[in-house]
Design a binder for this molecule. Structure first.
Ligand code: FE
Length: 304
């Protein structure tokens, strides 16, 4: 396997207003597994992830994102990428090993989001043997999302942030959305064979959170999620529908704190020689909500 440097998104750490209500949502409805409660934090993973956690929930008086962490392939990627960031004038802090993570580095991108890079996380496995495994565990719950897939963040200076991810960290834009004056409105950044692990949309207020997405795979699984949302009264923002961007099946919905989540399936395999697709901002409806070709009011305005 030749993926080098930043391998994938590893953790999205969210603030929630009520920890118990959030645990019910993420564990009983989405089907994530709770791997630890420590202090004011709860650590969760999707069933098919082997690392200790991919979601951290922290109770706070306002919802949103604390940080987003990416896993690098080799231990030596950390000092190498740190040097690249610092040589471009970005302040990078060391984060000593703690809370199931090995050594990490932390920096803030111009959109106002805190990004961590780490190499090692405690492994807990996916509940299946590594030898002649069964197809899936017996105790899957709810939607049984198998993986935390990507996140979408809003903030200023998306062009500069894209440059950091692409020029310094090795990402490629799989798709971009461009305003009539040629400036960048949104970028979808790939670092592996997913069409994006992170995306940014230009927005005046820094550090805002739009959604974290969970992989369910098939069209049938997306519709099963819709069924469960209806049955359990989970409020839906948009969908089930399909995106023009990423050619994916999707439902946007809300956690009990107002953080937007997504279930995601379909899409395409990305390779770095695939040309970047460009969307005109006038086509935003088609890009986000392909069949209706228009946006609902909340997509661009409701953030945490
Ligand atoms: Fe998404």
């Amino acid at each position: 396997m030749a993926i080098t440097g930043v391998m994938r998104i590893g953790v999205v750490a969210l603030r929630v207003l009520d920890l118990e209500a959030a645990i019910h949502h993420y564990v009983d409805i989405l089907g994530l597994r709770e791997t630890e409660r420590r202090g004011d934090r709860v650590y969760l993973k999707a069933w098919d992830e082997h690392d200790h956690h991919s979601i951290v929930l922290r109770e706070a008086d306002h919802a949103g994102i604390d940080y987003c962490a990416f896993k690098v392939r080799e231990a030596e990627d950390l000092p190498r990428l740190r040097a690249r960031l610092e040589s471009s004038g970005i302040a990078v802090e060391s984060v000593p090993p703690a809370n199931f993570l090995g050594e990490a580095v932390r920096f803030v991108v111009p959109t106002g989001h805190t990004i961590l890079l780490f190499h090692a996380m405690e492994k807990v496995g996916n509940g299946l043997s590594l030898q002649n495994p069964e197809f899936e565990p017996d105790d899957l719950k709810g939607i049984a999302a198998s993986m935390m897939e990507h996140c979408l963040l809003y903030g200023p200076a998306v062009t500069e942030t894209e440059r950091i991810f692409c020029d310094l960290l090795g990402f490629s834009p799989s798709e971009r959305l461009v305003l009539p004056d040629g400036s960048l409105k949104a970028t979808f950044l790939a670092c592996n064979t997913k069409m994006h692990d992170i995306a940014f949309i230009e927005h005046p207020e820094p550090g805002k959170f739009h959604h974290v997405s969970f992989w369910v795979g098939s069209d049938e699984a997306v519709m099963r999620a819709a069924n469960l949302f209806g049955r359990h009264g989970v409020p839906i923002d948009e969908g089930p529908t399909q995106h023009g961007i990423g050619r994916a099946r999707t439902i946007y919905f809300w956690d009990p704190s107002g953080n937007r989540n997504e279930v995601f399936g379909g899409s395409y395999l990305y390779f770095p020689d695939k040309p970047t697709l460009t969307w005109d901002a006038t086509q935003l409806g088609k890009a986000i909500s392909y069949p209706r070709r228009k946006m609902n009011d909340t997509f661009l305005t409701v953030l945490t």
